[in-house]
Design a protein around this ligand. Structure first.
Ligand SMILES: Nc1ncnc2c1ncn2[C@@H]1O[C@H](COP(=O)(O)OP(=O)(O)OP(=O)(O)O)[C@@H](O)[C@H]1O
Length: 593
């Protein structure tokens, strides 16, 4: 975070201590534009606390301080408490704030010299937004998300932090699948200032859809939405820098928002669906949906389902057309949909009579099938599946990754090594393109043995014997939107730029190196050639360590899978073995004779 103004705006004399019972030191406390600092008197030991890390406080009531009359007993009893202010903040033990690994809660106490100072400090602290602005939050907690840790996260992390924040909050548990859609659809916009999802990407997707399908969606889309990760994938939370529940709660409390692009997914005669994260089709989509069977495994479920799906790799026939980024057709205001749903530009392409979309749409160059197709709005497709940092979720551009690779080992290897370091494309596994819209026409692939029929067919036109012959190429797979299934039929995806507001940590959008927050290093500082070599060496070592870690993680999953398979085979073999059958028969005869 760049400190725009590091000037001291106010100075106080006090004693400072970390925690109320620790030894305190006489100090000078300085309030600045974005941070407070305190220097132990007579030394040059200075500590800094950026306001963006403060989530709560304990301080004497201002009204009480204002009251002029106190009796002696009252003064004696309360004099210490009336001069004590405690600030609660999140402390980062790593300098890379965007992937905070192990933040922890901390506090610092300032004992002021007299009540007047406390009053001045608190008034200034409110003005400078050291303390969070009072707001009303509704927490939507899914007790079933991930491995069922949402309630625990709420009780042990979120609520204790919220209670200290001075914010008003209510908690609502989801009681059935898609309950969050109904909650967001009906929430009284006059009564809440933000909706906070405590679950995974699925419930956030439901909240987005609940808000955007309201009759008053124009207003509802401006209601800030936050996520505190308690699911298994947590791709969105990881992408917006709130992978840690502590940081996510801090972001929810402080209330900084960023604009969020939304994908609008339309199919003929079906309700429109909105997505904030990703759309996928092919191997990754099937693996994601199939992984639901292994929910009890937590995040490992994606690895297991991915390996199984890669081994049983198949092709997904269809035609894909893309629209160049930032290209928008003018819509006449008489559009029949206008007023009931966010306006889209190319709804007419959904008609089956449209064979080829007009220019500037173009057919994606590829074979008549894909094995993976992924449309991303964010940097991550899972907590560990990282594509690239160049994606901005509010730049009005969609990133499309696709692959036609059919050799399973060619897919498995990069996923084992590169899924955490964003190099899936570098290995040539996937190609990428930027677009503003995409039209998918799934079909049926022709007979692979017959090159003349190697084309996409309309599924309805393939019947009888031919359908039987093409059977293995028939099933077009599932369409996966933020982890939810939608029917595999002609689909138009358009982007709604900067359409919603998402709660993010305050430092998230600062472009410079996050290190500047903690050690004041400036980007513009010129690096010497030696420093460049040293930095590159360091980066190389980190890269090797990351790759090794990725390999270890994934080898673990594969070994686990192989062990499970071996256990099943052994149990099967034992069950059908002669001695077992003999003993079983004997036992049966003895028991039931
Ligand atoms: N009380 C409930 N009972 C059963 N299902 C629920 C309940 N509340 C929510 N759900 C459903 O749980 C599903 C999973 O939620 P969610 O996607 O948030 O978690 P996850 O799948 O573990 O995380 P991720 O999507 O990040 O992998 C959603 O489809 C939601 O509709």
């Amino acid at each position: 975070m760049q400190l725009k103004d590091a000037k001291t705006l106010a100075e106080f004399e006090c004693s400072a201590s970390f925690t109320q019972h620790a030894k305190s030191y006489p100090a000078f406390l300085h309030l600045k534009a974005n941070e407070l600092t305190w220097t132990i008197r007579g030394t040059d030991i200075t500590s800094r606390l950026p306001y963006s890390c403060v989530y709560g406080y304990e301080a004497p009531d201002l009204e009480r301080l204002n009251a002029s009359q106190h009796d002696l007993e009252d003064l004696v009893k309360n004099t210490l408490n009336d001069r004590l202010v405690t600030l609660h903040f999140i402390e980062f033990t790593t300098q890379d704030l965007k992937s905070v690994a192990s933040p922890q809660k901390s506090e610092v106490c300032f004992l002021f010299q007299d009540r007047k100072d406390v009053k001045r400090f608190l008034t200034l602290a409110r003005e400078l937004q050291v303390l969070p602005k009072p707001r009303r939050l509704l927490l939507i907690v899914n007790p079933n998300g991930g491995v069922g840790l949402a309630k625990k996260t709420s009780d042990t992390v979120i609520k204790p932090m919220m209670r200290l924040s001075g914010l008003t909050f209510k908690e609502q548990y989801t009681e059935y699948g898609k309950h969050a859609v109904d909650i967001a659809h009906k929430v009284d916009l006059d009564q809440v200032d933000a909706l906070i999802v405590v679950s995974g990407d699925g419930v956030l997707h439901e909240v987005v859809n609940g808000l955007l399908t309201r009759p008053d969606w124009e207003r509802a889309r401006r209601l800030p939405v936050g996520i505190i990760p308690a699911g298994s994938g947590n791709a969105f939370a990881t992408s917006v820098g709130t992978k840690s529940p502590y940081v996510a709660t801090l972001a929810a409390i402080r209330g900084t928002t960023a604009k969020l692009d939304i994908f609008s997914l339309s199919q003929l005669d079906r309700p429109r669906i909105y997505s904030m994260l990703l759309f996928s089709w092919g191997m990754m989509a099937d693996a994601d949906i199939e992984s639901d069977k292994y929910r009890w495994l937590g995040p490992l479920r994606f690895d297991i389902a991915g390996v199984i799906r890669a081994i049983r790799l198949r092709r997904y026939p269809g035609k894909v057309y893309v629209l160049p980024p930032k290209h928008k057709r003018e819509i006449s205001s008489s559009s029949s949909e206008h007023g009931h749903a966010p306006v889209i530009s190319y709804g007419d392409l959904l008609q089956p009579s449209v064979q080829e979309p007009p220019k500037p749409w173009r057919l994606l160059p590829s074979m008549p099938y894909y094995t993976m197709l992924l449309l991303l709005n964010c940097s991550h497709a899972g907590e560990k599946i990282f594509f690239t940092n160049t994606i901005r979720f509010n730049d009005g551009i969609m990133r499309l990754w696709y692959s036609c690779e059919t050799r399973f080992w060619k897919i498995i290897l990069p996923f084992m090594v590169d899924q955490t370091n964003g190099k899936l494309i570098h290995r040539g596994l996937m190609q990428d393109t930027e677009c503003g819209g995409i039209l998918i026409v799934p079909g049926v692939e022709g007979d692979p043995e017959d090159p003349n029929s190697h084309e996409i067919k309309d599924p309805d036109s393939v019947t009888g014997q031919e359908a039987k012959r093409l059977d293995i190429h028939q099933a077009p797979g599932v369409f996966d939107v933020d982890g939810e299934v939608m029917p595999t039929a002609r689909l138009l995806i358009e982007i709604l730029p900067s359409f919603m507001e998402i709660l993010v940590p305050e430092w998230f959008h600062h472009e410079e190196d996050p290190l500047s927050l903690t050690d004041g290093r400036r980007k513009e500082e010129k690096e010497s050639p030696e420093a460049v070599v040293a930095r590159q060496k360091k980066e190389l070592v980190q890269e090797v360590a990351r790759t090794r870690q990725a390999l270890e993680n994934n080898v673990q999953s594969v070994v686990l899978l192989l062990l499970a398979m071996a256990a099943v085979v052994t149990a099967y073999a034992i069950f059908f073995s002669e001695p077992f059958q003999l003993w079983a028969g004997l036992a049966k005869r003895t028991l039931f004779k």
